[in-house]
Structure formats: structure tokens, C-alpha cells
Design a protein around this ligand. Structure first.
Ligand code: ASP
Length: 342
């Protein structure tokens, strides 16, 4: 009897992870698991053949740490979904592996201009910053804008100064520099000279923005996104991440969304709000809504994470892969990179 139960449990667990591993693909046969925290580290990771086992291990370790930090917050009686989103994103911002905080991509002029947003699904409070240059954790600056409550989006010098005044940690702009991202800028400039009409890239075939969507014990959702934008972007360019309704959105009645990909496409299509609107007006599930919106995007545009107030979630993308992970109510962590695992 015990053995039969064990065999059944293994079967159910294997089914759950298989169903999720297939996420981003057309077919999903098994009922997917539910989550309290879903994260992404950007759509379009390095081509599978190029990612070494050692690199993959490093990415997975950061994603797992982010899940754990967010989960620890949610375990506390007073831990909110907003706290969890901020905690998870800060881990990824501090890692040079992702295009957010340390390791952000460079503008054409060789500077880092960072964007971030956070939104509370309870009451739809929101805060965002764009083009910050000396704030270690832009997601915390975005939160400061939200908590202040007067405005939703601050940009450039005004955003830097506001965050510093609110006590958010300031760093020298050189803090963000990494050799890898610098080389990507040099390559992008060389490529632009050879082929001036190409689409801006976040790095060679890779968007490394980070994001999180969380559900706390009071049933409240929150979402957040943080990014360096696109490699070789113009000074002053703002992507979708800090635009509420494009790259970030949360509303308890529908879902929490964080996007990654070609920002201009996500802004034009109001991707995050389009997903919420399908749930609100069509009665779509989070998986249908997110899946259909991503399916309609031009190939290789990116992806989203979307979570509803029951813990149902989806992580569709139309790139080769998307760094992503989730954690269940009982603390089981799952991390995936490509469409289906090796
Ligand atoms: N969506 C971001 C932007 O366009 C880039 C990314 O997802 O990596 O700014």
C-alpha cells in the first residue's frame, strides 16, 4: 500500500514538472501546478548549444536564491506580495548575470540607464523609475515612488535624486559595468555600422530583464520588473518595463504580470494589460490570456510571467527560452531555461 502511494506521488510530481517544462509550447495536457511566486530572468537566453553546464548552474543558483528570498518573505505573517517581489528582484539585480542592476546593458553612449516598476494588486498602487544611473537597486527606487504615492513614474535625474532622498542606496555609475556587457555594446555598434537598420538588441539574441509576480497569504498579488533596457539604446530611451500596463501590471481581480523582450513591441501592444483585460472581459484563464497574447507577437519578441490570485500561472514566451522559475505554497522550487529540458 505504502509503495503504491509512493509510486503515485512520484507519478503526480513528475507529471506536474513535465507539464511546466512544456510551458511555452503549444500543448499542455496535465493540470499545471500552482505557485505563490513566479520569476523570470529574461527571454531569449544564450542559445542552448552555447550555454555550458557551469554557466547554467550559475544562472540556476541565482534564480533559486531569488525564489527562496521571496518565499521567505511570504512565510512571515506580515510579509506582503510587494515585499516578496522586491526581495526576489533585488537578488537578480545584484547578480551580474542578468540585465538589471549590476550587469545592466549599455546605451549607445556607453552609460547604464536603468528602468524598473512595481505594482500592488491591492488597490492598484504603482511606482516606477526610468533612466536611473546611480541607484543600486532600481526596484527599491520604484517602490519608494509607489509608497510616496504622489506620482507613478519618475525619470532621469529627478528619479535618481528622489530615490537618494528616500534613502535608497546610491552607487557610482561604474558599479554597473561588466566586461561582457561592454563587449556586447562594441559588437552591437560594429554590427549597426555594417547593417544600420537592424533592431536594437538587449544582447546578442538575449533579453536579460528580471521580473517577479507574487501572491501573499492575504490573497494579494504584486508584480515588478527591472532592466537595463536594450544594448546600444539611445540615451533617454525608455522600454516597456517601467510602463504600467506594458511590461508590468498587477490587479487582484485579474493577475500580476511581468514581461521581458523587445520593449517597443510590448509598449505598442500594452501586453501586460492586454492579458489582464482578457481575464476581466472575456473570462479567460491566466494561461489562455497570457498564451494568446504572446502567440500574437512577432516571432522572437519575448515572453511574460503571469499569476492570478488563486496561484494559477503561465510563463509563455516566443523565444528559444526564458530564464524562469516558480515556488509552490509548500516551498518546492522549479527553475527552467528552455522550452523543454535536456
Ligand atoms: N523589455 C526590456 C526593454 O525593452 C528588455 C528585456 O526584456 O531584456 O527595455
Amino acid at each position: 500500500m505504502k509503495r503504491a502511494i509512493l509510486v503515485m506521488a512520484v507519478f503526480v510530481l513528475a507529471g506536474a514538472s513535465r507539464a511546466w517544462a512544456a510551458d511555452g509550447d503549444e500543448k499542455q495536457t496535465k493540470a499545471p501546478p500552482t505557485a505563490v511566486l513566479v520569476i523570470h530572468g529574461g527571454a531569449g537566453p544564450p542559445p542552448r548549444a552555447k550555454l555550458t553546464a557551469a554557466q547554467e548552474k550559475r544562472y540556476r543558483a541565482v534564480l533559486e536564491e531569488a525564489l527562496q528570498k521571496g518565499y521567505d518573505v511570504l512565510q512571515k505573517e506580515k510579509g506582503t506580495s510587494v515585499d516578496a517581489v522586491e526581495a526576489a528582484i533585488r537578488v537578480m539585480e545584484d547578480s551580474p548575470l542578468f540585465n538589471a542592476g549590476k550587469g545592466a546593458v549599455f546605451t549607445h553612449e556607453g552609460r547604464n540607464e536603468l528602468d524598473a516598476a512595481i505594482m500592488d494588486g491591492k488597490g492598484r498602487r504603482a511606482g516606477a523609475v526610468a533612466g536611473v544611473t546611480c541607484i543600486k537597486n532600481p526596484i527599491t527606487a520604484a517602490r519608494a515612488v509607489m509608497e510616496d504615492g504622489k506620482h507613478v513614474l519618475l525619470v532621469g535625474d529627478g528619479a535618481d535624486r528622489f530615490a537618494i532622498r528616500k534613502g535608497v542606496k546610491e552607487v557610482s555609475p561604474v558599479y554597473f559595468w561588466t566586461q561582457e556587457r561592454w563587449q556586447e555594446l562594441l559588437d552591437a555598434i560594429a554590427e549597426e555600422k555594417a547593417k544600420p537598420r537592424g533592431r536594437l538588441r538587449s544582447s546578442p539574441r538575449h533579453f536579460g530583464t528580471v521580473g517577479a509576480a507574487a501572491l501573499d497569504r492575504h490573497g494579494n498579488l504584486a508584480a515588478g520588473t527591472s532592466t537595463g533596457g536594450l544594448t546600444n539604446k539611445r540615451h533617454g530611451r525608455v522600454g516597456d518595463s517601467p510602463i504600467i500596463g506594458a511590461g508590468t501590471y498587477a490587479d487582484n481581480a485579474t493577475c500580476a504580470v511581468s514581461a521581458t523582450g523587445h520593449g517597443e513591441t510590448f509598449i505598442r501592444r500594452c501586453v501586460a494589460y492586454d492579458i489582464a483585460a482578457r481575464i476581466k472581459y472575456q473570462g479567460a484563464t491566466v494561461a489562455q490570456a497570457a498564451g494568446d497574447v504572446i502567440k500574437a507577437l512577432p516571432e522572437d519578441s519575448g515572453g511574460v510571467i503571469a499569476l492570478d490570485a488563486k496561484g494559477n500561472f503561465a510563463t509563455p514566451f516566443n523565444t528559444e527560452g526564458m530564464f524562469r522559475g516558480y515556488i509552490t505554497r509548500d516551498g518546492r522550487k522549479y527553475v527552467e531555461i528552455y522550452r523543454s529540458q535536456k
